[in-house]
Design a binder for this molecule. Structure first.
Ligand code: ADP
Ligand code: GLC
Length: 488
């Protein structure tokens, strides 16, 4: 089969979160299964230097495809990014729309023309595929590419080359839906009968993700637990009804992780390497991490609590803020790396200023430092309000860094509560979205940390878990086959 991935992020080209890790790894696994795989991405400003052999020179696969709007047309160049690990990459170029410093907008917000940017991207991918190869299945991700199934079944419904292409939509986060004014319908040249509550309309907004949910042949999301959760009002963000209506076509497939990038035995970002058999190097990683954060004379008894995150409401740091002062009194230090919502950045900065010996924060995006935290910390904190899958806790397991998580979505699916008596489990979980529950679980974790022998057992339990991409890739291949069969 030929599978075309269309997405707004992909490692190593452009990343704001886990979506990029998934789109950076899954296509190559699908290719390994013997399928032809193509990935389309927007040509953001930050990608240009990576793919220009000479400054200002790009290799075009198609010089121009046309995307009409109401009063004008836009044109996309389709840049050939070559083949990597058996996967063909193409970049959709529009200087006006994508040559900007951010992917989506400043300070975790949105550019005002995001409907046009991603509507354009979706249609440009379809036009490009007509020239470069129509796949059996388009695999699209989140709201940014949610209009591909919509275009295929409306604007392009009669197109002799596209009409048989099937679609699979993966929901990485149901809270980000791409909501725009009703006039988006006309702007993107859709008929007004699309703007109804059984199609793309939601509370008088044009909803990109809903369009994808309604029109895609098959739906997936990134953990079993989240597949159930998004069918409830708490996690469905008003899409629970339409998702329940499609429950028969919705499957949870837990993300894998790329151990080529995330393995303490080979990770090039670390001060020392280590593995479950020989944990010695982790001590050097801990010292290196504390040095990187300017924390001196931290005793061995103090647990190093790591955080690497987008600072977004989803991630639950408001309950950390509520117990920040109590946490600072305990036998621990915190090393946090993240960027995002200004209020959360302010909280982290203030917390560190009040407790310079114990709380250290770096407000930025830093790939190498993220790896150092995974390796050098003792505990990894993810108190998420909701978490579709979550990758950091899975990385943590591999690095012998014990996750402390809230039991939601993929965090609940991947972390098993530590039972000191039986010596089973991989981490610590709390249930209520409540600062007291977090504090109690943290106390349990800190107490367990004092028992070095059983703590080592706990670390090794996590390090023995395997979350490679081979199993999820086979599950996706089944979903592609089902989508193609139904469309066939
Ligand atoms: P989400 O996609 O919701 O942000 P995930 O846990 O799935 O959450 O993925 C987050 C990814 O982004 C991880 O690979 C993590 O290491 C990375 N990441 C998040 N913030 C930063 C940062 N400030 N610096 C480096 N990496 C980061
Ligand atoms: C989203 C989710 C995160 C998930 C990632 C990759 O960003 O917030 O939980 O791991 O997508 O699927």
């Amino acid at each position: 089969m030929h599978i075309v991935f269309a997405a707004s992020e992909c490692v190593p080209f452009a990343k704001t979160g886990g979506l990029a890790d998934v789109v950076g790894a899954l296509p190559a696994e699908i290719a390994k299964l013997g399928h032809q795989v193509t990935v389309y991405l927007p040509l953001y400003a930050r990608i240009r230097p990576r793919i220009e052999p000479k400054i200002g020179q790009l290799a075009y696969a198609v010089r121009s495809v046309t995307v009409p709007f109401r009063h004008y047309s836009r044109f996309a160049g389709i840049v050939d990014g070559g083949k990597q690990n058996g996967v063909q990459f193409y970049f959709v170029e529009s200087q006006e729309l994508f040559d900007r410093p951010e992917l989506y907008g400043p300070n975790g917000g949105d550019y005002p023309d995001n409907a046009e940017r991603f509507g354009f991207f979706c249609r440009a991918v379809l036009e490009a595929a007509k020239q470069l190869g129509v796949p059996e299945v388009f695999h699209v991700h989140d709201w940014q590419t949610g209009l591909i199934p919509v275009y295929l079944r409306t604007t392009y419904a009669a197109d002799p080359v596209l009409r048989h292409a099937a679609t699979v939509l993966t929901i990485h986060n149901a809270a980000y839906q791409g909501l725009f004014p009703p006039a988006t319908t006309e702007q993107l040249l859709f008929p007004w009968d699309l703007f109804t509550m059984d199609k793309v309309e939601q509370y008088d907004r044009f909803n990109f993700l809903k369009g994808g949910v309604v029109f895609a042949d098959q739906l997936t999301t990134v953990s079993h637990r989240y597949a159930e959760e998004i069918q409830t009002p708490e996690f469905g963000w008003h899409l629970e009804g339409v998702l329940r209506g499609r429950a028969a076509d919705l499957r949870g497939i837990l993300n894998g992780v790329d151990y080529g990038h995330w393995d303490p035995a080979t990770d090039g970002n670390l001060a020392a390497h280590y593995s479950a058999d020989d944990l010695e190097g982790k001590r050097a990683c801990r010292a290196d991490l504390l040095h990187a954060f300017g924390l001196n004379a931290v005793p061995d008894s103090a647990a190093v609590v790591g955080i690497v995150s987008r600072f977004a409401t989803q991630k639950g740091f408001d309950i950390v803020a509520a117990i920040g002062e109590e946490m600072a009194k305990q036998d621990l230090v915190v090393v946090a790396l993240g960027t995002g919502e200004p209020a959360l950045e302010r909280f982290f900065r203030g917390w560190a200023e009040r407790h310079p010996q114990k709380i250290a924060v770096q407000i930025r995006y830093d790939e190498a430092l993220a790896h150092k935290i995974e390796a050098g910390a003792d505990l990894f904190l993810m108190p998420s309000r909701y978490e579709p899958c979550g990758l950091n806790q899975i990385y943590s397991l591999k690095y012998g860094t014990v996750p402390l998580v809230r039991a939601t979505g993929g965090l609940d699916d991947t972390i098993e509560e530590w039972d000191a008596k039986k010596g089973t489990g991989t981490g610590f979980k709390f249930y209520g979205y409540d600062p007291r529950d977090l504090l109690e679980e943290l106390d349990r974790a800190l107490a367990a940390f004092q028992h070095k022998k059983s703590w080592t057992r706990l670390m090794r339990n996590g390090m023995a878990r395997e979350y490679g991409w081979d199993k999820p890739a086979r599950e996706y291949a089944e979903v592609y086959a089902e989508a193609a069969r139904r469309r066939g």
